[in-house]
Design a protein around this ligand. Structure first.
Ligand SMILES: Cc1cc2nc3c(=O)[nH]c(=O)nc-3n(C[C@H](O)[C@H](O)[C@H](O)COP(=O)(O)OP(=O)(O)OC[C@H]3O[C@@H](n4cnc5c(N)ncnc54)[C@H](O)[C@@H]3O)c2cc1C
Length: 300
């Protein structure tokens, strides 16, 4: 195998690069800092027929204990450029919290709803990042501010596509079906007084702190199970009496039942066993089948 990638590392433990702080080694690992480096790493993987995984903040994945057989590319291509008329161009490794901070300072609204959600632009595009609107009456999705995106298609072509290309739904997009890679996104923001943007940020931060376990204290990947319209996965888990249930060092959060948290040194197998236990108990007691929204990455 002749991978011509500078700064390539071997047997790199992935846990520190995930919000769960869980996961074994990647055979090969590289951090890319520009779109050109990203494209180069992808084309090397494809030329050598090596399986690859593109990693953002690692906030919506669970890496297995055995790790990943192939190349993990950690995307740190994070340039942000403010253009005219409220448009902002972000590379796909840009961090959403950085976009919030910078657009707030320009008096531009659109990103603030997603404050404190660990995400790169690429990860946000992959699952249509979302949060409740300020009046809590609807869900705000990232798709609402996406204008165009430059992608590398799974066939190896560069294309600039509009928002419709992504076929967005709740937690879904075409990126979960096709192995296209988002390189850059142009967002359309709207002018708003900085104070009003700050109000949304403060209210959302307070909401998250009141309702969700703090990531710094309880590593997690956010909600584990998909929303069930009108019922709520978290509510079902709570009704089944599973809050606080532990397997190994993984626990169903007593604060938010749809979060399974790492109590310190949890293995991926602890989380997977607890997921299965929750699914079985909710099915047995309440008749609903919970589906996972996180992606399990690596060798089983
Ligand atoms: C405490 C906590 C709270 C959360 N709250 C929310 C919430 O309120 N709302 C919400 O929507 N999510 C929430 N999440 C989930 C998570 O933050 C989002 O799914 C986020 O968008 C993941 O981004 P990432 O960069 O970490 O992606 P990763 O987890 O690194 O990757 C996720 C997927 O995206 C793919 N991907 C990454 N970059 C690209 C790219 N450039 N092109 C194509 N595919 C790509 C990866 O290959 C992978 O399949 C929460 C997570 C945590 C830990």
């Amino acid at each position: 195998m002749l991978l011509n990638i500078p700064n390539l590392e071997r047997d790199k433990i992935l846990a520190p690069f995930t919000t769960y702080k869980i996961g074994g080694p990647a055979d090969l690992f590289v951090e890319v800092h520009t779109v050109d480096e990203l494209v180069h790493a992808l084309s090397e993987a494809s030329r050598n027929r090596i399986p690859f995984f593109l990693l953002g903040c690692g906030a919506n994945i669970l890496v297995t204990d055995k790790g990943f057989r192939g190349l993990v590319i950690r995307n740190r291509a994070n340039k942000i450029t403010f253009l005219d008329n409220g448009k902002v161009l972000a590379e796909s490794g840009a961090i959403v919290d950085d976009l919030i901070e910078q657009s707030k300072n320009f008096g531009l609204s659109g990103f603030e709803h997603f404050v404190d959600i660990p995400s790169t632009v690429g990860g946000a595009m992959w699952q249509n990042l979302h949060f409740l609107s300020p009046d809590r009456k609807r869900t705000v999705f990232i798709e609402e501010i996406v204008q165009t995106s430059r992608i590398l298609t799974e066939e190896g072509q560069f294309r600039t596509v509009g928002v419709d290309y992504f076929q967005y739904g709740y937690d879904t997009s075409i990126l979960q079906v096709r192995k296209d890679i988002v390189l850059e996104v142009t967002f359309q923001l709207s002018p708003k007084p900085k104070e009003e943007i700050l109000q949304v940020i403060d209210a959302n931060l307070a909401w998250r702190r009141a309702k969700q376990p703090l990531l710094a204290e309880f590593p997690s990947c956010g909600s584990v199970f998909k929303k069930i319209e009108g019922v709520g996965a978290g509510r079902l888990i709570e009704q089944a009496g599973l809050k606080g249930k532990r397997i190994g060092r993984a626990e169903v959060s007593p604060k938010h039942a749809n979060f399974i948290v790492n109590m310190g040194n949890a293995k991926a197998s602890d989380v997977l066993d607890l997921i299965k236990y929750v699914q079985d108990e909710v099915k047995r007691k309440l008749g609903y089948m919970l589906e996972t929204e996180i992606t399990v990455v690596g060798e089983a």
